[in-house]
Design a protein around this ligand. Structure first.
Ligand SMILES: Cc1cc2nc3c(=O)[nH]c(=O)nc-3n(C[C@H](O)[C@H](O)[C@H](O)COP(=O)(O)OP(=O)(O)OC[C@H]3O[C@@H](n4cnc5c(N)ncnc54)[C@H](O)[C@@H]3O)c2cc1C
Length: 471
């Protein structure tokens, strides 16, 4: 084998985490090699995750708006609607992304290689290309960003034709008439509500009494109500005994309770597992957690000083936003550049229909930590903007300390929830008072007005508490 090519930084994986790591390294003037095993760059975010699911979601919302606007036309999707017609914009979106990212890599002088990478030792990587050729690279810093894939349990026979996972779901030719979704986490809930809105009869099942257990229950209740309003439903406390394809038309799911569910297709959404098998981590001396993730510190440094791990392969929410920030952070730390404090609060955006978002403490968390927090509510039905756009169902909750002075968290469900939360995020970070939401003028009509209404609700409760104390 020829002499290894030498770089300052090698990044493995060109998903959101790897790309941002590579760009940060190049911007600091370092020689960077980025190794990606697939032809395209962008990772599961672009090809099988965020972008495809959000594109399908946008089509579902467009169709729903059309339907509502022209109710007299009795517009309905044809029973044999091809999935590709609903994803017609996907190719354009992916291409735009691919071309933007390629230009960004080129502009920053990053050397992009296509092949499968593995460790030879803690400073050397070997890459194998599709034609079997091998090439070695060495570097002072190595960033592992190989992402994750669906975790499919052995007891469910995923065949990618009738029983699918989130990687294969959108390869279905036609919109099914019925779909069982196993798993009430983010991916399961997002797809369940998208397909339900498209007119598919969805049964979402999970062991838990209600889905999205880590979210504020009041928000989740609105999601379940939404699902039911489209003729679909959530089946909690469900333990699967058996799943099989009947060989003719249906996937048959038998629950331990004896309930049998028949559906044309099934989506298995039972979490993700890190892509580590190909990496030969042992050769570098990198240890793994018992969950199969790479343990890292706040700078994403592994137990081997010069090796960093970022994105879905380390613990924390599996989000593209988190992955990008970790990529940037890891490289800045490796290069002794100021890193800044780790964001203690990462917003959660869940693109269910209706969408949900969360930052900081929710009501349950605040009650655990503070004896009597104050909760300000703004229902979207009180907001002109929501009425105008027909997005009347929604809620913004502001969580404040018992004195009603300090903001502790914001929880939103309804149209624009994933955008609205960022106002709360900035307010939390800069420690603004609840009163300042009232002292500021908000555009009218906007969804952001909800902050003012919720803040007024809190101050009203403060006044009542004071009166009760004085009495
Ligand atoms: C259906 C779905 C919807 C989602 N929606 C959202 C959302 O709305 N918002 C959000 O923030 N996040 C969302 N996510 C999560 C988001 O996609 C991930 O958190 C993000 O892609 C993680 O980025 P990453 O860089 O860690 O890994 P990935 O995007 O998985 O990229 C890893 C890359 O490494 C490459 N690779 C792996 N092994 C090797 C190897 N040995 N050699 C070379 N290359 C290798 C892979 O080919 C891949 O390109 C969604 C995910 C799914 C599945």
């Amino acid at each position: 084998m020829s002499t290894p090519s030498t770089y300052d930084i090698i990044v493995i994986g060109a998903g959101p985490a790897g790309q941002k790591a590579a760009v940060q390294g190049a911007k600091a003037g370092k020689r960077v090699a980025l190794i990606e095993r697939e032809r395209g760059i962008g990772g599961s975010c672009v090809y099988r995750g965020t972008i495809p699911s959000k594109t399908l979601r946008e089509s579902a919302l467009h169709l729903d708006r059309l339907k509502r606007a022209g109710e007299a036309l009795q517009f309905n999707l044809k029973p044999d609607t091809q999935i590709s017609t609903l994803l017609s914009r996907l190719e354009d979106v992916v291409q735009a992304h691919d071309s933007f990212m390629s230009k960004q890599l080129r502009r920053n002088g990053i050397s992009l290689f296509h092949g499968r990478a593995r460790f030879v030792n803690a400073r050397t990587i070997e890459m194998q290309t599709v034609d079997g050729a091998q090439q070695q690279f060495t570097a002072g810093t190595i960033v592992v960003a190989t992402g994750s894939r669906p975790r499919n349990p052995q007891e469910i026979p995923v065949d990618h034709e009738h029983i699918l996972d989130s990687d294969s779901l959108l390869s279905m030719m036609y919109l099914p008439q019925s779909l069982t979704v196993v798993g009430g986490g983010v991916i399961g809930c997002e797809y369940a509500s998208i397909f339900a809105l498209l007119g598919v009869e969805v049964t979402l099942i999970d062991r838990a009494t209600y889905p999205l257990q880590f979210m504020d229950k009041e928000l989740v209740d609105q999601f379940v109500k939404g699902l039911e309003s489209y003729g679909s439903h959530y089946l909690g406390d469900s333990h699967i005994a058996d799943v099989r394809w009947d060989g003719i038309t249906h996937v048959v799911t038998t629950l331990k309770s004896g309930v049998i569910i028949r559906s044309e297709k099934m989506l298995v959404a039972l979490g993700r597992q890190a892509n580590i098998e190909d990496l030969d981590l042992d050769a570098a001396g990198i240890s793994l957690s018992d969950k199969g993730l790479i343990p890292v510190d706040q700078f994403c440094q592994t137990n081997i000083e010069q090796v960093y791990a970022v994105g879905d392969m380390v613990s924390g929410p599996a989000l593209a936003s988190k992955a990008m920030e970790q990529g940037r952070r890891a490289v800045r730390h490796a290069l002794n550049l100021p890193v800044g404090d780790a964001a203690s609060t990462i917003p959660l955006g869940i693109y269910t229909i209706p969408e949900m978002s969360s930052i900081g403490l929710d009501e349950r968390g605040a009650r655990e930590r503070y004896k009597d927090p104050l909760i300000g509510r703004a229902k979207f039905e009180e907001i002109a903007r929501a009425q105008i756009s027909g997005g009347g169902q929604g809620l913004l909750k502001m969580i404040a300390d018992p004195a009603g002075e300090r903001l502790l968290g914001v929880q939103v469900v309804g149209d624009s929830a994933t955008e609205l939360v960022h106002i709360g995020q900035l307010a939390l970070q800069s420690g603004v008072t609840i009163e300042s939401f009232i002292d500021n003028v908000f555009n009218f009509p906007t969804y952001a007005e909800a902050y003012r209404i919720a803040a007024l609700d809190i101050l009203g409760q403060v006044a009542k508490r004071q009166q009760a104390k004085a009495a």
